[in-house]
Design a protein around this ligand. Structure first.
Ligand code: ADP
Ligand code: MG
Ligand code: ZN
Length: 483
């Protein structure tokens, strides 16, 4: 928000998000949905718009829409209709897109976003169902022909539109990650922006601080990552501010974000809805929903990210921040709970997950579900630590070794004889021997050179090949040197 504060304007941002629903088949035909399938292999007369072919609505797509609307606390409308949005484009063989217009399936709702200093709710205007268009594949470098892949035609999309409630590029980023997380918890969309499963257009305008009315907006398209959304908005804020400062007027238009050159480029003037000649889709009957079906979906809803974060914080006595990290995916939260159920110190489990487990997973570019150190294996390691069989330092080393070899903690402890020495008679004997050998250092220590304490700890560790229980060494050394 810095830039905006400095220039005395407030940013006003509204997002229009398109999310591909992970149904088996398309929205109005039986064609499958497979990312990366051979071009035009997943098509039929319906999704190619052949004359006379009729669409049939996919019930699963409606169910997913209802799941999402319920998850954000919106109103599921029991009666909604499809509309034709007419426009010509090579990747739209029908010449129109089946969408929803003035009678969408979902109204309102909100999504809470968390930032370091505050959290707030972003209100939604609504959620509606529509079908995706195909994809134009332009030649690299501009030479050659543009090709069309119609596999994506008719893939179900949810359009989620926010009120102009967002106030900074960072908030826009948080909103999108939260939206993605909710959809992942619901298992209705992968949220993968790079693969186009989640797409976002951003509307932005500026107004002077304290002003009530909105300024003229521009709309940014072609935002292919969360970072691109943030960068594009920051760029537009600066551009608008410069125009307004110079006494000029922002032109309402649609812009393409060029992430390579880090700038926005004019694409076309803004279409008005009249340009699309919307009218009710004559080939489909209205969507009518029974309350009992909505209730059934409601009772099947999984625990959602906010609820799970709150529960984990309470149940396992960890900070809300830590619980936020651990609920960053359903799989990670499952992993945490599976380990925490077997280990006394749940805060320690949280730390191990956030530091050691996430590091290994990131370094190996794995998904949580692919990580071969299972929750039970980590629990075994942490239980050995808890019962003082190994020290904290050994535990870290054993974990590294588990990650490298796939072996269990127990096997590594046995093989390398890693049990720490917690026998006070044994340790006392070692310490007494060192005190005799290092008489001069002992004298210096007793005369006040206290920093020598670590030297003695080091000597004990050396004599025991690092296996002495560090806490006991500290305690026994203090007794022998000071007592
Ligand atoms: P359109 O008909 O152009 O699609 P909508 O009213 O549906 O316009 O709004 C599209 C998006 O633009 C919404 O997310 C909305 O919040 C946002 N929006 C509307 N007016 C402004 C504005 N002045 N500044 C920023 N965003 C805006
Ligand atoms: Mg709109
Ligand atoms: Zn088809």
């Amino acid at each position: 928000m810095d830039t905006v504060d400095k220039i005395g304007y407030e940013a006003v941002i509204g997002l229009e998000v398109h999310a591909q629903l992970q149904t088996q088949s398309k929205m109005f035909c039986g064609c499958g949905i497979v990312f990366g399938a051979a071009p035009n292999s997943l098509t039929c007369p319906v999704c190619l718009g052949h004359p006379g072919a009729l669409p049939v609505l996919n019930r699963r797509a409606v169910e997913y829409a209802v799941k999402m609307i319920l998850a954000v606390g919106g109103e599921v409308r029991k009666h909604s209709i499809f509309a034709r949005k007419n426009y010509f484009y090579p990747d739209l063989p029908k010449g129109y897109q089946i969408s929803q217009y003035d009678s969408p399936i979902g109204l309102g709702g909100s999504i809470q976003i968390e930032l370091p200093e505050y959290s707030r709710d972003i209100e939604l205007i609504g959620i509606h169902l529509e079908e995706d268009a195909g994809k134009s594949i332009h030649p690299e470098g501009g030479e050659g022909e543009t090709k069309i892949d119609l596999n994506r035609c008719g893939v179900p999309l949810l359009e989620i539109v926010t009120r102009p409630d967002i106030r900074s590029p960072q908030e826009a980023h948080r909103f999108l990650s939260k939206l993605k997380l909710i959809m992942q918890y619901l298992k209705i969309c992968s949220g993968d922006m790079e693969k186009g499963a989640l797409r976002c257009d951003a509307n932005i305008s500026l107004r002077r601080r304290g002003e009530k009315s909105f300024g003229t907006r521009t709309e940014l398209k072609n935002l292919n990552s969360f970072r691109a959304v943030e960068r594009a908005l920051a760029y537009e804020i600066k551009r608008h501010a410069a125009i307004l400062d110079a006494g000029g007027k922002v032109i309402q238009e649609t812009l393409l974000w060029n992430d390579d050159d880090q700038k926005s480029e004019a694409m076309r003037g803004k279409e008005e809805s009249e340009d699309y000649r919307y009218f009710p889709e004559p080939d489909l009957i209205p969507i009518k929903l029974e309350q009992s079906w909505i209730d059934e979906i409601k009772s099947d809803q999984p625990e959602l990210p906010d609820a799970r974060r709150e529960r984990l914080a309470k149940e396992y006595d960890i900070t809300s921040y830590d619980a936020g990290v651990l609920t960053g995916s359903n799989e990670l939260a499952d992993y945490f709970e599976a380990v925490a159920a077997q280990v006394e110190d749940t805060k320690r489990v949280a730390n191990w997950l956030m530091v050691d487990v996430l590091r290994e997973i990131h370094e190996r570019k794995l998904e949580v579900g692919e990580f071969f150190i299972t929750p039970n294996m980590l629990a075994e390691l942490l239980c050995s630590l808890e019962s003082d069989i190994i020290s904290g330092k050994m535990a870290k080393e054993i974990f590294r070794e588990m990650a490298a070899s796939g072996k269990s903690a127990g096997a590594i402890i046995e093989e390398q004889d890693l049990r720490q020495i917690s026998d006070s008679t044994k340790l006392t004997a070692v310490i007494e021997e060192i005190i005799t050998q290092e008489a001069i250092q002992v004298q210096k220590y007793r005369e006040g050179k206290r920093q020598l304490f670590d030297f003695f700890v080091g000597q004990v560790m050396k004599a025991t090949s690092g296996k002495a229980n560090p806490e006991m060494v500290n305690k026994l050394l203090k007794e022998k040197l000071d007592g």
